[in-house]
Design a protein around this ligand. Sequence first.
Ligand code: PMV
Length: 366
Amino acid sequence: MLKPVIEPSVNAEDFAGQASWAAPSNIAIVKYWGKHGVQLPRNPSVSMTLSKALTGTRLHWRPGTGRLVAFSASGEADAQFADRVAAYLSKMALEHPALARLDFGVETENAFPHSSGIASSASGFAALALGLASAVVAESQGAEASLPEDGPAFRSFAGRLARLGSGSASRSLCGPWMAWGQTEAFADNAEKPTDDHAVPLDHVHADFSTWRDAIAIVDAGKKAVSSSAGHRLMEGNPFAETRFGNARQRTLALDRALREGDTDTFVQIAEAEALELHALMMSSKPSYILMRPGTLAVIQAVQEFRADTDLPLCFTLDAGPNVHLLYPASAAAQVEDFIHDAVRRYCDDGRVLMDAAGEGPTRLKD
Ligand code: PMV
């Protein structure tokens, strides 16, 4: 079959409708690692939505057959990325009849530096899924036609579409705290977390809405093993069942810690989850290591700082070498001095991205 031609730039006049969204990335405290079926998680996960690591995406549409026909990323054609988005859009056309009747143009841009080592799949798929949900609202005659874009039903629908692009993207649809995956925790939350899409957490102590995330860029390079490959390797991992049980237990403990403002338990869970995620990579077959010497140096400095000052600074890691330093606004002055004096030296070009808990996506002017 001939591959469809994807135009390397987007001309708005070639399309009939458009919607633009900015969506943030998120950082998991309890990690999603291992999946089954159609992008369903093996265990629940809990995350903090960020506010500065954003992707802005303008989705254009016109009558068609569910194809991507024009694409640009940061104003440039990016064939590899375009292929991934094209594959995603043709999958989404099977999810909703309104999407199967449209062709799409996508313009997308990250607010965080390219090659900063920050995964853009959560913010990228969240912004794109919101555009698709807006297209469904605009192009449907049925019940969806009247879905308010700031309501929970629209967000859940977009959250499901985002999950099908990248699981963690489902947790970027709202903020500042989100849970995804079936769990006994959060029993009195307005919406129960399900495997289908993530939900915002209602009963989080006010102190946790001021938390910050300073991302120490130890290595800005592309990682050697993708998250999709990592999820797949969990299938043969000898510790998999223990891992899924640990994540379930920690989700229950984190539920209590978040509502009570218990920072000691939070710190202990965040660090245990980060180290376990990387231990799973090391115990996969084949084994791999994404941490770098600088990763361990930053981790050690964080633990020493905490022992010396008693301030609730902790670290977490994504599937990569960069270290996320998490702390409440009340400790910001001391922590930020510490970052300057003891962390920047381990970072690529001294780079640390300063971010904080955020409220989730916003619809941009079209
Ligand atoms: O959303 P994915 O498929 O890129 O997986 C993300 C997995 C982690 O970032 C390592 C953990 C998480 O829960 O975000």
